[in-house]
Design a protein around this ligand. Sequence first.
Ligand code: SAM
Ligand code: DTB
Ligand code: SF4
Length: 327
Amino acid sequence: MIATATSRDTRPADGELRHDWTRAEILALFAQPFNDLMFAAQQTHRAHFDPNAVQISTLLSIKTGACPEDCAYCPQSAHYKTELNIERLLPLEDVLNEARAAKARGASRFCMGAAWRSPRDKDLEQVAAMIGGVKALGLETCVTLGMLTEPQTARLKDAGLDYYNHNLDTSPEFYGEVITTRTYQDRLDTLKHVRDAGINVCAGGIVGMGESREDRAGLLQELANLPKHPESVPINLLVRVEGTPLAEVTAPDPFDFVRTLAVARLMMPKSYVRLSAGRTDISDELQALCFLAGANSIFYGERLLTTENPECDRDRKLFDRLGLTPV
Ligand code: SAM
Ligand code: DTB
Ligand code: SF4
């Protein structure tokens, strides 16, 4: 169980969280000896969270493929030829059946993703019904639908949405190497609309696209220097999908991936840091290091959006072996 305010609340007040990180300070955190970094991250983690509790989210792709954006990592972009079953927006009942199954498996949050540049207002009405239905099952809701206008965020808030996922993906400098069809500022604008509407923010990025340590620091700097830290920070390890421009990129040093999680934990001490996509490509031992670095959320369920995630059975065994409690 997450520690309650009465039993063990040592979290800093919001005012004590930092939003003025410099690139040099962040690079200094990255550059520490691995053991020092892990120790500091675990100390920070323990000051703010139950160290043995991991939040469980389950993902569902509610509209798949044929996306007009050109994100170089993404199997759902219409710009690349990948093996993908393109699907229109799923019917409400199908979504609710998946949500029921996720809840039965122990998920506390249900995240619905759509391959849109931005939703049309009539799509949004259908998504609003999904949010209402999933909430009625007793699950937290998260959606990721692309860019949103202010009225659209207000509509989602009205529907009862708990979290909106919108990633910055990488540093402002490296961004143009990965996506040309929308700007970094477009993403920041959507995050502002989500925040202003009173919806919790889920924002993170991807490691392993050929970016440098400086770029990883730049991503974390943008996230931590937002007016308020995102409540949830997904750190994805690139899933290299055949047919995408990044299919052949060299995988990063696994310790650099762990360092990114640890630095995220140090910079955003009260946020949930999610060990997101890419878990099928890493060992149980590396996942254990990710949890030690302060990651305290995962996607659970055999699919991410269109690619594979570890089997539920493997995750259950891993949690047992590590004495972790899913929440
Ligand atoms: N279309 C919406 C958008 O991009 O705003 C929402 C869905 S999109 C698939 C959500 C996020 O998934 C992306 O921002 C990216 O960070 C992550 N993602 C997509 N493909 C990935 C891959 N192959 N490996 C790791 N992360 C990926
Ligand atoms: C996030 O940061 N990672 C999730 C979720 N937000 C929507 C998506 C990962 C997608 C991996 C590639 C795929 O399955 O299509
Ligand atoms: Fe489209 Fe989102 Fe994939 Fe980019 S990441 S191509 S916006 S589905």
